[in-house]
Structures are given as C-alpha cells and as structure tokens.
Design a protein around this ligand. Structure first.
Ligand code: ADP
Ligand code: GLC
Length: 522
C-alpha cells in the first residue's frame, strides 16, 4: 500500500505535508510533567533534533511529540530541543539569547545558536540562519505547497549543527551525552557525527517512513557527503541520497512510534523500498517500536478550548459542543451521529475512501465535519464533497487547534481510514473526548483502538470494509446505553506519556553506558 502511496504521488515525499504558513501559534501545551529545574548530575544530557515543535510551529503529530516527549523525559534527563529558526520561532514572544556560533562546511553556511527558555523550563536551541530559515511558509515549503528547492541544504545544516554541538564546537557550553534525531529532516545528524568520528551515541526515530528526504547524488559536494557514504549500507537509495536512510544507517538504534508499525515497515507493503534494510536492523535487535502518548492538556473536563467542558457521563455537555460544531460547519440540526475528520489532507489519510462512503453516512442520517489542509487536490475533493451534501457535510480548509479540539469533543465518531499510520494521535485525542474512532486496522491505530470496545477497526482499504465498520458504528449509535458505555471506556483509556518514558529512558541509559551492541558502521 505504501509503495502505492509513493507511486501515486509520482515521487517519494520530501516533506511532512504541504501545510501552509499560518499554523496557529500554540496549541498542544506539551505539558506532561513540569520540567525539573533542580540540577541533577546523574541526568543524561540529550539533544532532541527536530523540524517542528507544537509550542512554536507544527504541521502534524511530529510537532506534538516534539513538545511532549522532552517534557515527559525531563524529570529523568536533561533533554533540550534543537530546531531551525523559522519566522514562527524567531518571532515568538520568547526571548532568544545567542549562545554559540558554528562555522560553515562545504556549501552549508555558518550559523548562530540561540537559546530560548520556555515558561516551564524546556530549553530550545534555535538554529539561526536567516538565509535558510526565515521565509514565509511551512518548515518544508512555500505557501503554494512546493518544497523549498534548497531543503537538502536547510536540513543538512540542521544535522550538522547537531553534530557540531555534540562535538562541543561553537561555545554552546552544553555537550549532549546522546543525540535523538527525528525523521528525515534530522537524518544527517547521526551521519555527520559518524563521519567526524564522534562516539556520542545516536538514536533515530521514524515518525513516517514515506517522507524520505531524497535528493540527487549531485548534491554530495554541497553537503560534504563522503564518497564511502554512497553505498547500500550508507545513505544511498536507488542511486540517490536519502536523508532518512542516513539517519537509520548511522545511528546506533532506531525506533518508530508503535509496535505494529515497527513490524509493518519490515514488509514490502509498508517498507517504502527500505524493508530489506529495516528487516536486517530488526534482526540485529536495532529496531523497536515505542508508542506515543498524549499530554495532560487532553482533559475534557478542564480544556479551556471547549465550548462546554464535560466529564464522563455528562453527555448533555458533550452535545453542547456538537451544536457548536454543527453551526461552525453549516450543518443542519440533527439527531443523527456527527462524524469528524481532523487530518492533514494527504494520500496517507485515505480521504478518498471517506469521500466514497459519504453517501452511505448521509443516507443513514449521519453528518460529517472536516477540518484540515494539505495536498491541493485533496483539499479540492473535500470542498466538492461539501457541495454535494449541503447541510450534511461541512468542510473548513485550514487548521486551528481550538476548532480541532471542539470537533473531538462534539463528534460522536472520528473517521481515520489511514492507508498506514505510524502511530496516530488524533484517534487518542478523540477517544479521550468521547468520540469513537472508525479506523483502519493498521499501525498505531491497531495498537490504540480496541475494536468494538473503544472504536471500530476495519481491515482493508476498501469502501466495503469501511462501510461494514460504519454500519457497526450506526448500530451502536442507535443503542444509547451501548454508545455511552463505549464512550466511557474510550475516555478512560490510559493514553499518556508515562508508558513511553520508561522504554525511552532505558534506551537512553543503555546507549550512554554503551551496553547496547553498536551496529557496523559505514
Ligand atoms: P499526522 O502526524 O500524520 O498528521 P497524527 O494523528 O499523529 O497524524 O497527528 C495529528 C496532529 O496534527 C493532531 O494534533 C492534529 O490535530 C494535528 N493536525 C491535523 N491536521 C493538521 C493540519 N492540517 N495542520 C496542522 N496540524 C494538524
Ligand atoms: C507522523 C505519523 C503519525 C504519528 C506522528 C507522530 O506524522 O504520520 O502517525 O502519530 O508522526 O509520531
């Protein structure tokens, strides 16, 4: 399926999404536990290298995780985040103090490192290089949805900055014991560290294997990639350079964001051409899945974004949020079920399937509210869907956290027919707010939804399979006692970051102690 996803787009994606610029400033607070300000000499120093953090800029779940996981780890380890200085970062209200300067390398320009201390103590290192990052748009592209043509330079600079900091260069005065890099934009961090002979251990987390950061091998001189890296065990991918593969090839350990996805990516259906490479890593015990959690702000009784905060069994309170969503999306008054779609509008998310089942939903008295932004064709398809079913299907192209939270709170069901889903956060947010997911049985969806108990899973990416799950959802909706019992179970699922902290902490500790077998290095 994934290879189909890639083929269908005619390319391997280099970006996370085509989300345009005006991502609202804050959103998920990421608050899990208060950052510990008392210095603890036993804490390991971890540099978390990412291209998004929800406090400042996000296009999807990577931003949420980058905000929450460092905070969740903070009682145990001193985790600091390195992120490029996009306008959303530079122009936030948080002061930035310059703490270091890094030299250039090959065609990568010199840059400065700024330090930003967030209110709860989380330390962000900002990579300041106006010529690369201070542009209107998303982290990955312009507002017209096109990737920036120099993304190889922009994100190589991010990787190199991490390697520089790990090497103690640039007077940053904080040298990590471990570097934790995320997705292809951070993929060159472990690579530059390896090429420089640094022994600092590196962990690479795959949030989405389909976005690979693939560039022509002609970019090698600009990036300072050594020729020996151009081999199968290095960053070579079908004759090109893959930043994602570099991250995996040169790190000591690889994780992804659910146990099921960790297995799926070793198969040809989900491996995006990297299944052989990943199977070999899995066989060596170097690949594992650690599921994401959701942060404490996801509490329906206290969430200030909601029109009417509500607790377990307060279904009237939930209904007030539903009324609001109906009016926001121009939907008619109705006693029928309200289905929500809160999603990046990209092929991965299976929106064409939702388009195909919309008539089935509407014919049975259901309504659909859709919010999201993404590929222009997917956005257009959603607009056309709303035109086909006036008063029953409503669409808002764009994204804002308040509306998204109100939709999770007001809807009865969340539609998530993803073709693949490394973890997925939206299905956990929905459950916490009493909206039962109707989702494809894949990746993190399979791991976080109990079929017929906290939601409805279907196996095949087909209209028939999807409609069978929807029919079960309609049946449950017609039996209020059953519906409310499922809502209660969904709302009390123990989704939080605690379950992820322990495995990550163990991995960090084992890696720093050097007790994990190091992979062969190329
Ligand atoms: P993914 O990361 O693949 O988009 P997740 O379910 O892990 O999927 O995370 C989705 C997160 O991104 C949620 O916080 C959701 O509210 C948010 N989100 C969904 N669509 C958009 C969008 N178009 N722009 C920004 N954030 C979005
Ligand atoms: C990616 C995946 C999503 C995951 C998120 C955070 O965007 O598509 O499934 O939840 O990263 O890890």
């Amino acid at each position: 399926m994934i290879s189909a996803a890639v083929d269908n787009q005619g390319q391997i994606f280099n970006r996370q999404d085509s989300e345009p610029a005006h991502v609202p400033s804050i959103v998920s607070t990421g608050k899990v536990l208060q950052a510990d300000s008392v210095p603890n000499p036993n804490k390991q120093k971890v540099l978390f290298v990412t291209s998004e953090i929800a406090d400042l800029v996000k296009t999807g779940g990577l931003g949420d995780v980058s905000a929450a996981l460092p905070r969740a780890m903070s009682p145990l380890h001193d985790v600091r985040v390195l992120i490029p200085g996009y306008p959303q970062v530079m122009n936030s209200d948080n002061p930035i103090h310059i703490v270091g300067e890094l030299g250039g390398h090959a065609a990568l320009p010199p840059c400065k490192i700024g330090r930003m201390d967030l209110a709860d103590g989380l330390v962000i290192y900002v990579l300041i290089c106006p010529e690369l990052y201070e542009r209107e748009g998303t982290p990955y592209g312009a507002n017209n949805g096109r990737d920036w043509p120099d993304n190889h330079i922009r994100f190589a600079r991010l990787g190199l900055a991490a390697a520089d900091i790990a090497a103690g260069l640039g007077m940053v005065h904080w040298k990590p014991d471990l570097v934790h890099a995320h997705d292809w934009p951070a993929g060159l961090a472990p690579a530059y560290m390896q090429w420089r002979g640094l022994s600092t251990p590196t962990l690479f987390t795959i949030h989405n294997l389909a976005y690979q950061g693939v560039f022509s091998r002609a970019c090698c001189p600009e990036l300072g990639v050594p020729t020996h890296a151009l081999q199968q065990e290095g960053m070579e991918f079908y004759g090109k350079l893959s930043f994602l593969k570099a991250g995996m090839a040169y790190s000591n350990r690889i994780t992804t964001v659910s146990a099921t996805y960790a297995k799926e990516i070793t198969t040809s259906e989900f491996g995006c051409g990297l299944e052989g490479f990943l199977s070999s890593k899995a066989q060596q015990g170097l690949l594992s899945g650690i599921p994401n959690g959701i942060d404490e702000s996801w509490e329906s009784a206290t969430d200030p974004h909601l029109i009417c905060p509500f607790s377990l069994n307060d279904w009237d309170g939930k209904a007030v949020n539903a009324d609001h969503v109906r009016s926001l999306f121009g939907l008619d008054d109705s006693e029928g079920p309200l289905f929500a779609v809160v999603s990046r509008l990209v092929y991965q998310k299976g929106l064409d399937l939702t388009e195909a089942v919309a008539e089935f939903i509407v014919e049975q008295g259901g309504q659909i509210a859709i919010i999201g932004r993404g590929e222009p064709e997917e956005e257009q398809a959603m607009r056309e869907l709303a035109l086909r079913f006036p008063g029953q299907v409503g669409v808002r192209i764009g994204f804002n956290e308040t509306d998204a939270r109100r939709m999770f709170a007001g809807s009865d069901f969340l539609l998530m027919p993803s073709r693949y889903e490394p973890c997925g956060l939206s299905q956990m947010y929905a459950q916490r707010f009493g909206s039962l997911p109707v989702a494809r049985n894949t990746g993190g969806l399979a791991d976080t939804i109990e079929d017929g108990v906290t939601g409805f899973l279907f196996n095949e990416s087909t209209v028939q399979s999807y409609e069978q799950a929807l029919a079960r959802a309609f049946y449950v909706f017609s039996k209020p006692e059953l519906l409310n019992a499922m809502r209660c179970l969904a709302m009390t699922q123990p989704f939080n970051w605690c379950q992820a902290v322990e495995p990550y902490a163990k991995l960090y500790e084992d890696m720093v102690k050097g007790s994990l077998k190091a992979p062969a290095r190329y």
